[in-house]
Design a protein around this ligand. Structure first.
Ligand SMILES: C[S@@+](CC[C@H](N)C(=O)[O-])C[C@H]1O[C@@H](n2cnc3c(N)ncnc32)[C@H](O)[C@@H]1O
Length: 221
């Protein structure tokens, strides 16, 4: 990398919790690179009209208008622990926020500021690598999900990204089956997944075929 480029360690930190001007740039890249996975994860939720959806880790939130167009009267709430992302997502969804049609707030997945069974659907995309305790995170999602509700975790599977330079800095990677096992340990049932082949990305002159994975599970009714 050129000298004025951030190191892969810095980029990994920005992916974990984007901050400031570099975090803003990284978020723009994420929304472009991750658009197919973001939309796969939303489709895997099977959201119906008027349902309550929680997203954790919405980045700059530029996908939210796209999702809201697909489901009538969607009650979207978003949480992200990056103040920079909350500010950007608020700017990208200003009119809907002012109309009281959605909520965006700062908060941590590990300790959600919601009561038990507050949501019909929950989605979180490209965050699971960073949770300090996977099982505790899943139990927290279970708590705020309605009995019978559906959770989708969007991620890059281990087999596809394990050689990328950024993930060498503190990412916890999963294959679909490993996450399904954890989900069942946390009390979820009826797990399954969608795997989508995307495009080849060149990183440091090396080609990587990208895949998107959306792992779904239910809180028992
Ligand atoms: C790698 S980015 C992914 C952004 C977007 N979901 C995507 O796939 O392009 C991770 C996002 O999740 C947020 N995040 C990570 N861990 C979190 C946690 N424990 N609680 C809340 N937000 C979290 C980060 O601040 C960041 O905005």
């Amino acid at each position: 990398m050129a000298q004025d480029q951030p190191s892969y360690k810095e980029l990994a930190q920005q992916l974990r919790q984007p901050n400031g001007a570099l975090g803003t740039q990284v978020a723009e890249h994420m929304e472009l690179w991750n658009a197919p996975l973001i939309d796969l994860s939303f489709e895997a939720l099977f959201c119906k009209a008027s349902e309550r959806l929680l997203e954790i880790g919405f980045g700059n939130g530029s996908h939210i208008p796209r999702w809201r167009k697909q489901v009538a009267d969607l009650h979207y709430s978003g949480i992200d622990y990056s103040a920079t992302m909350v500010e950007l997502a608020r700017a990208n969804n200003r009119s809907a926020l002012e109309a009281g049609e959605l909520q965006l707030q700062e908060g941590n997945l590990m300790e959600l500021p919601f009561q038990e069974a507050s949501f019909d659907r929950i989605v979180t995309i490209n965050t699971v690598y960073f949770w300090p305790d996977t099982l505790a995170g899943l139990k927290e999602l279970y708590r705020v999900l309605q009995p019978g509700g559906r959770l989708v975790i969007g991620l890059r599977p281990k087999f596809a990204v394990k050689d990328l330079p950024t993930v060498q800095h503190g990412f916890q990677l999963f294959e679909a089956e490993e996450l399904e096992t954890k989900l069942m340990e946390a009390g979820f049932e009826n797990t399954g997944y969608f795997l989508n082949e995307e495009v080849v990305r060149k990183v440091d002159e090396k080609e990587h075929l990208m895949f998107g994975l959306a792992v779904a599970a239910h809180r028992p009714a």
